[in-house]
Write a protein that binds this ligand. Structure first.
Ligand code: 13P
Length: 254
């Protein structure tokens, strides 16, 4: 059975003190996670090592970066490469978040480079895809997401795709309080899996966790996660509230 994952994306929030307090609060709770369940915590870069330390005794919790560079190393002021992440034992990174695409002009081709470098450093990408509202209203979301996958991922071979993590985050549902219905989520997740299956075959397509993101909260997580092709969630706002996020973790399928 593929991994069921609750991923927190703290984005550019919290002081280090608040971040540590939040992590302590989340870890106070009992989760009884099984081997196929996992929690990722994506924190601002300066907090990676401190929060990672807190997770060191937690088998099922892993630290995650929110980005990694499109170049290997060198004179790129302000960037953090996959190699640097690897050197501090960070083995997950969100790549292609819609906020990076929109505010930092990251396109599918650039994301393909980021993916290659992440994989070369042994970092597992949480690759984000998802359509803006105008595309959804025109009912073109399937083609739009398929193109994102093709242009950023389909140069990879089957071995590289094994245990990949994909997050479907419709942009109109991010931070808006407007969640995709569990039916809409399942429909797109199934489409993504079908596209993966055509390219890589059944076994690979079935091994890839596909997370849903966009206004996931304690009150809607269970209904969304229960869908057969939804393998957990990538959570922004609600991951900043310990009680909310712990309920979301507990809503993962066993
Ligand atoms: P919200 O949960 O705040 O809608 O954010 C979703 C997201 O962008 C996670 O990466």
């Amino acid at each position: 059975m593929r991994k069921q994952i609750a991923a927190a994306n703290w984005k550019m929030n919290l002081s280090i003190q608040q971040a540590e307090d939040l992590m302590d609060e989340i870890l106070k709770m009992e989760y009884g996670l099984s081997d196929n369940q996992e929690v990722l915590i994506a924190v601002p870069f300066p907090y990676l090592m401190r929060i990672k330390e807190k997770l060191s005794t937690q088998k099922q919790f892993n630290i995650c970066a929110q980005n990694s560079a499109a170049t290997k190393n060198g004179a790129y002021t302000g960037e953090t490469s996959a190699e640097i992440l690897k050197s501090i034992d960070v083995f997950y990174a969100i790549i292609g978040h819609s906020e990076r695409r929109e505010y930092f002009h990251e396109n599918n081709q650039l994301l393909a480079q980021k993916i290659d470098l992440a994989l070369a450093s042994g970092i597992k990408p949480v690759f984000c895809c998802g359509e803006p509202l105008s595309i959804r209203e025109a009912n073109n979301q399937n083609d739009y997401v398929e193109t994102q996958l093709k242009e950023s991922l389909f140069h990879l071979n089957a071995t590289q795709m094994k245990n990949f993590i994909i997050a479907y985050e419709p942009i109109w549902a991010i931070g808006t309080g407007k969640t995709a219905s569990s039916h809409q989520a399942q429909e797109m997740h199934l489409h993504i899996r079908t596209v993966l299956c055509t390219q890589y075959g059944h076994e690979i397509a079935n091994s890839i966790s596909i997370l849903y993101g966009g206004s996931v909260k304690a009150s809607n997580a269970a209904e969304i996660f229960e869908k057969p092709d939804v393998d957990g969630g990538l959570v922004g706002g609600a991951s900043l509230v310990a009680a909310e996020f712990s309920t979301i973790i507990k809503s993962l399928k066993k």
